[in-house]
Design a protein around this ligand. Structure first.
Ligand SMILES: Cc1ncc(COP(=O)(O)O)c(C=O)c1O
Length: 407
């Protein structure tokens, strides 16, 4: 009845995703000391996911109010996306420019980057796209699956463990005019290293000279410094300088709404006449992709952002997560120094946010996985959130071993 020739026969297997693949591998490992340092998700000292108390409160309130399951409009929850744009742009700019700020709900940060990429692909024909080297593993993926090849700008100096700012500027100057350039708003993934405020000022000038379009990926607002306003500096500065730009926002990390896929995409135009054209074209893309976004997570975020008391409480939650990550960072550094593990580990202290870009080699990472059941992605990036005061000594002993005895 069935022919042995399948239309699927010639399709090769796709490689497993770097982060989710390692997480899967770790989940099947039964070693009692195993550590999952791959995925960027905040965990408690006991290694458990943390539902932010303020999020729980908002959920209970929503239950009391009673939610229905009707479709949202194509653009999603309008109040949520306006509050999200306001959060990242700040009251002053937002209130003065509402007719130039187009925001829609998106499927978390990934969906927002994807929506912006698709919009750029359709309307900025032949636009060259730049991403940082290194960057979040999915940036290249997102553009490549749309048939857009990406170029990279230098970002990292592996010798000094700091930004290669001269290289970055040179590459952005040497790029053709009018490129779409993906920038991490704060807590750069994977390096945990951001430009300084004065470097952002320099970058803004280069973007102006070259007519580059900034595409800010903001997945960690509040996670870098614990302060929502400080972490929004580059976006607010660029906006104040009159750049037309894109912003992809995620509420996965800062509200702990990972699987609820809560995000927003914002475009800022200098010409309010383009507002409706941008909005309707974004809606067209959304309609063709998933018709309209899910309700629940956005309703939770809307409540937290829109209720002054809950908003204040959220800020405290953010502060506590950022401070705990900083303590873990310091403990990791202190333990490495105490152990006299070869290397200058001061870069760990200079980095910020959820990640620690250790500088260990792919071979050393492989040894951590096979010999010590410690799972991290091959570029040596550690998610600090996967650690606790209890597990740091085991990580340091293991790191020491793979560096000192690389058998
Ligand atoms: C730089 C960056 N962008 C986007 C995302 C997307 O996250 P999500 O789609 O879960 O919001 C992440 C998550 O790790 C990230 O690090």
């Amino acid at each position: 009845m069935y022919s042995s020739n399948s239309i699927f026969e010639s399709i090769p297997e796709a490689p497993e995703d770097a982060v989710f693949g390692i997480q899967r591998q770790c989940s099947t490992d039964e070693h009692e000391m195993k550590l999952d340092l791959s995925v960027g998700a905040y965990r408690t000292e006991e290694g458990k996911p943390w539902i932010l108390p303020v999020v729980k409160k908002a959920e209970l309130k929503l239950m009391e109010i009673g939610l229905n399951h009707e479709y949202l409009p194509i653009e999603g929850n309008k109040r949520f996306s306006s509050l999200a744009a306001n959060l990242i742009l700040g009251d002053a700019f937002y209130n003065a420019n509402t007719r130039r700020i187009v925001s829609v709900q998106a499927l978390s940060g990934t969906g927002a980057v994807r929506l912006g990429a698709e919009f750029a692909c359709k309307w900025f024909r032949n636009c060259v796209v730049y991403i940082s080297n290194p960057t979040w593993v999915n940036h290249k993926n997102i553009f490549n699956t749309l048939g857009i090849k990406v170029r990279t700008y230098r970002y990292w100096n592996a010798k000094t463990f700091s930004i290669n700012f001269e290289g970055m500027k040179q590459d952005l100057r040497d790029a053709p005019d009018g490129c779409l350039v993906v920038l991490h708003a704060c807590a750069h993934n994977p390096t945990g290293t951001d430009p300084t405020q004065s470097q952002w000022v320099e970058l803004s000038k280069i973007f102006k000279e070259k007519s580059h379009i900034p595409f800010f990926d903001s997945s960690y607002q509040g996670f870098a410094t614990g302060d929502l306003d400080k972490d929004a500096f580059p976006i607010r500065y660029f906006a104040s300088q009159g750049h037309e730009m894109f912003i992809a926002q995620s509420f996965a990390k800062n509200m702990g709404l990972y699987g609820e896929r809560v995000g927003a995409f914002t475009a800022i135009t200098t010409n309010a006449r383009s507002f409706t054209a941008i909005k309707t074209q974004l809606c067209r893309l959304i309609r063709a992709n998933y018709s309209n976004p899910p309700r629940f997570g956005a309703a939770v975020a809307e409540m937290v952002l829109g209720d002054p008391a809950l908003f204040q409480e959220w800020k405290l939650c953010l502060k506590s997560m950022a401070e705990r990550l900083q303590l873990l960072r310091e403990k990791l550094y202190d333990t490495l120094i105490l152990k006299k593990t070869p290397g200058d580990w001061s870069h760990i202290l200079r980095q910020i946010g959820l990640f620690c870009y250790t500088g260990i080699t792919a071979k050393q990472v492989e040894h951590l996985v096979t010999r010590f059941h410690i799972y991290l992605i091959p570029n040596g990036r550690i998610s600090l959130a996967g650690l606790s005061a209890k597990t740091i000594p085991y990580l340091v002993d293991s790191l020491h071993a793979v560096i000192v005895e690389p058998s």
